[in-house]
Design a protein around this ligand. Structure first.
Ligand SMILES: N[C@@H](CCC(=O)N[C@@H](CS)C(=O)NCC(=O)O)C(=O)O
Length: 250
């Protein structure tokens, strides 16, 4: 569980639910969707990622990984989007978004773990297929980011993206391969269950639908995966998806 003991002086003063997020971040969309499905009120702290607002010392005291989202609930910091979903379901159990039986829960947990493992892949694909026309990153930006961000792997990601050379193309090739393997696993899970969470819509669906939406926006062909396509369409028809994801899209 992504609980973090922050020493930031503002954190203990945050009552209720506070979310540090970015409109177009898929990990932020996931948590906003969880909050909407639960119909919870929350206070927004919007950080503009392309403007590097998350790279400040101040924010890295709240989230040591220097990424969004971060939930603060009555002074408790929770990081990692999928851990935040589970935290919300534990603290606000109505409506329940996890199967009641242990076997069902284990299946759903495994599917959520796959979503966490898929983040580096969707990040590469998003940058290559969707963001590149809008997100120009030059060497000065990389240098500024490197100076301020504590995570070396994020720095090397940004450098590879900015240079757009062999290292970046290798990332894209790997991501395309992982994508097909992952879609095959999801397709097979949907052969046995109407939802990725099992019999009913739940946390695994919330976790994955933001990625399905990203693939759709990026124009990825999904003809080979009809169950996944149908599941994505059903999941995106839900009213909370409109409020948490679609409403934030430009
Ligand atoms: N495992 C983390 C990943 C969070 C993450 O990578 N967030 C992205 C946006 S989706 C971010 O803040 N990136 C900022 C950066 O790379 O500088 C989670 O699920 O919360």
């Amino acid at each position: 569980m992504g609980l973090y003991q922050s020493d930031h002086p503002d954190v203990p003063r945050m009552h209720g639910l506070h979310l540090f997020h970015f409109a177009m971040s898929n990990c932020s969309q996931r948590v906003r969707l969880g909050l909407e499905e639960k119909r919870l009120d929350w206070t927004s702290h919007h950080l503009n990622l392309p403007a590097n607002e998350h790279v400040s010392d101040d924010y890295q005291r709240i989230n040591p990984n220097g990424v969004v989202p971060t939930l603060v609930h009555d002074g408790q910091v929770v990081i990692e989007s999928n851990d935040i979903l589970v935290y919300l379901d534990e603290h606000f159990p109505d409506p329940p978004l996890r199967p009641a039986d242990a076997l069902g829960r284990a299946g759903m947990d495994a599917c959520i773990a796959e979503s966490s493992g898929f983040q580096p892949t969707i990040k590469v694909l998003s940058h290559e297929l969707l963001f590149r026309p809008f997100r120009k990153v030059g060497p000065e930006m990389v240098a500024l980011y490197e100076k301020a961000h504590r995570d070396a792997s994020l720095v090397s990601f940004l450098r590879d993206y900015a240079e757009n050379g062999d290292a970046w193309q290798a990332r894209v090739g790997d991501a395309q391969e992982v994508l097909q393997q992952q879609l095959a696993r999801l397709e097979s899970r949907l052969e046995a269950n109407p939802w990725l969470s099992g019999d009913a819509y739940g946390l695994a669906d919330i976790s994955w639908v933001v990625n399905a939406n990203r693939l759709k926006q990026a124009g990825v062909t999904l003809d080979e995966w009809p169950r996944f396509q149908d599941w994505g369409r059903r999941s995106m028809l839900r009213a909370p998806f409109e409020r948490a994801v679609a409403a934030y899209q430009p």
